[in-house]
Design a protein around this ligand. Structure first.
Ligand code: PGA
Length: 248
């Protein structure tokens, strides 16, 4: 079933002191407007502590990455099974920072998504074009290329319960420049069409400089089911007001 979802991506930010501060502000919060599910993705190292602290909270836990292997001699890697063991239900896969800075290919992203879903995690697969690609008019082609291996591996009839797609235009991430609701909706409608009937209930999130001031107009679009929030998720009040901006 399609549902409304907001995910906090802390990226490489935070500390134990920061956990104290941010959870004091909304760790026991239960009023998230029309948002059905709130997920926080801190750095790996804070997952066990967050898991303990969120026991009584409806907030779910996610990771920002995972290995495409399940165990063995892969120094420095973290498996889907370990994330489940730590209390995660979600994992972000193929964030544009990982694609650009850590050379993650479309195929690797698809393998990670498969690994996550097979293990029982919900994979939040990120797609999005650069500014140059948008200016060249190849946005849809780029998104289709990013989605193709994921859909090939999972199959169009896959269990949509464990898949979320986040559209994050690279030019909007951390820049303060947000896609207009119309630009975002157009790409979301394209993604929805690519997913087809078998995956019609997959939640589609928008990410890229979502703030309390622009969240409501983005979430009002018919194919936008929520947001993947970076910078604004580090400020408890802002994150909460973004969650509450979701229409019922
Ligand atoms: P931003 O990041 O909200 O800071 O633009 C979004 C993301 O990278 O997921």
């Amino acid at each position: 079933m399609r549902f409304k979802l907001i995910i906090a991506n802390w990226k490489m930010n935070g500390s134990f002191q920061f956990l104290d501060e941010i959870l004091k502000n909304f760790g026991v919060e239960t009023q998230f407007g029309g948002t059905d599910q709130v997920v926080i993705c801190p750095p790996y190292i804070y997952l066990p502590e967050m898991s303990n602290r969120l026991v009584k909270s409806p907030i779910q836990l996610g990771a920002q990455n995972l290995s495409d292997y399940s165990e063995g001699a892969y120094t420095g890697e973290i498996s889907a099974e370990m994330l489940l063991d730590t209390g995660c239900n979600y994992v972000i896969v193929g964030h544009s920072e990982r694609r650009a800075l850590f050379n993650e290919s479309n195929d690797l992203v698809a393998r990670k998504a498969e690994r996550a879903i097979k293990a029982g995690l919900t994979a939040v697969v990120c797609v999005g074009e650069t500014l140059e690609q948008r200016q060249q008019g190849v946005t849809e082609q780029i998104i289709a290329e990013q989605l193709a291996p994921v859909l090939a591996i999972l199959g169009l009839e896959a269990n949509s319960d464990k898949l979320v797609i986040a559209y994050e235009p690279v030019w909007a991430i951390g820049t303060g420049e947000t896609a207009t609701p119309e630009q975002a909706q157009n790409v979301h409608a394209f993604i929805r069409a690519q997913l087809g009937q078998g995956l019609k209930d997959v939640p589609l999130l928008y990410g890229g400089s979502v703030k309390p001031g622009n969240a409501a107009e983005l979430f009002a679009e018919k194919d936008i089911d929520g947001g993947l929030i970076g910078g604004a998720s580090l400020v408890a009040e802002d994150f909460l007001s973004i969650c509450r901006a979701m229409p019922a």
